[in-house]
Design a protein around this ligand. Structure first.
Ligand code: FAD
Length: 294
């Protein structure tokens, strides 16, 4: 980007485009304009990011594509969405003053490191991994943006890291990591929401608009320890027993056995008559009744 920014045009619609546009504003650009070829609702960036960028004075040219760039200006063409939602050129042009154009059109994996690894299987520009994040080279694991099929977000990358760490640990012991079987999703109708108190979401502090124009301080503040604990307690724990003791209290046959803090419960099937009260009263849908094999 030019050092003395004046009018910056960013071409793209993802969170990178938004970050560049907001950064340009903070670095003093007089105008920071995102040119995106589809509509706001089709933008891959999060809507809250778009809102924050607009608040900070970033301008958006929806349904537009850059057709020409000259010294000091660019030409954009208006697009219209066809029946299938794809942008099509309209032949209608507009000229924008611009001294910098930034293409924010995608992220690719830097492959030089991988070129020296014979046998490493790639798909397009990404590394292929199996269910436990091991690549086609035995003992080499991968995760994050470089892995095929990943969503390329921080959350997914951290998840990959955790999964790979477990698999590496098993590999070092000469085993293959077997993830614990997952229970069925606890759908809304299996929850007893009456059990939970209403608890509004914590409102996070937002940096004043004036300070957002010239500093790189965090715009939406994080949670302190107290708020984080409060937020964690708002979790309905769908499908995961949190030891509320309801099943233990309502069982008419004393078939529910407490195993102690953190160990949840066991069921004594010699006493259980299958009335299903525990299932009915479980707030988080963690219990299911199954027919016994005779
Ligand atoms: C502008 C932008 C905005 C984004 N915004 C968001 C967002 O708001 N939310 C979100 O969830 N995600 C966002 N992402 C995506 C997110 O940053 C990535 O998904 C995440 O960082 C991927 O983590 P990773 O560990 O796989 O890779 P990286 O974070 O890229 O880490 C890879 C590391 O490896 C190093 N490296 C590369 N090659 C070598 C080598 N040969 N030797 C040694 N080291 C090497 C690199 O220097 C780097 O430190 C954004 C990305 C960009 C570019």
């Amino acid at each position: 980007m030019a050092e003395n920014l004046s009018k910056v045009v960013i071409y793209g619609g993802g969170n990178t485009a938004i970050d560049v546009a907001r950064t340009a504003k903070r670095l003093g650009a007089e105008e920071s304009i995102i040119v995106y070829r589809r509509t706001r609702d089709k933008m891959p960036a999060h809507d809250f990011e778009v809102k924050e960028a607009l608040e900070e004075g970033v301008k958006m040219k929806w349904l537009s594509t850059i057709t020409e760039a000259d010294a000091g200006s660019i030409t954009i063409e208006k697009m219209a969405l066809d029946d299938k939602g794809f942008p099509q050129p309209t032949g209608e042009f507009e000229t924008l003053a611009a001294d910098s154009v930034v293409l924010a059109l995608g992220q690719n994996v830097e492959q030089t490191l991988l070129e020296h690894m014979p046998g490493l299987e790639l798909k397009w520009d990404s590394v292929q991994t199996d269910a436990v994040m091991m690549t086609s080279v035995a003992g080499v694991f991968a995760g994050g943006d470089m892995v095929a099929g990943g969503e390329r977000t921080v959350t997914v990358s951290i998840g990959h890291g955790k999964k790979a760490a477990r698999a590496i640990d098993a590999w070092m012991r000469g085993e293959r990591y077997q993830p614990a079987p997952k229970h069925e999703p606890a759908t809304f109708e299996r929850l007893n929401t009456w059990y939970y108190a209403d608890a509004a979401k914590t409102v996070r502090p937002v940096l004043d608009i004036i300070r957002r124009q010239s500093t790189f301080d965090e715009v939406v503040g994080g949670l302190d320890e107290g708020n984080a604990m409060y937020e964690a307690r708002r979790c309905l724990s769908c499908g995961n027993c949190f030891e509320c003791d309801n099943c233990y209290g309502v069982c008419p046959d004393s078939a529910v056995i407490k195993l102690g803090a953190g160990k949840r419960f066991a069921f004594n099937y010699d006493y259980c008559k299958g009335c299903g009260l525990c299932v009915e009263e479980c707030p988080c849908g963690a219990i299911a009744v199954e027919m016994e094999d005779k």
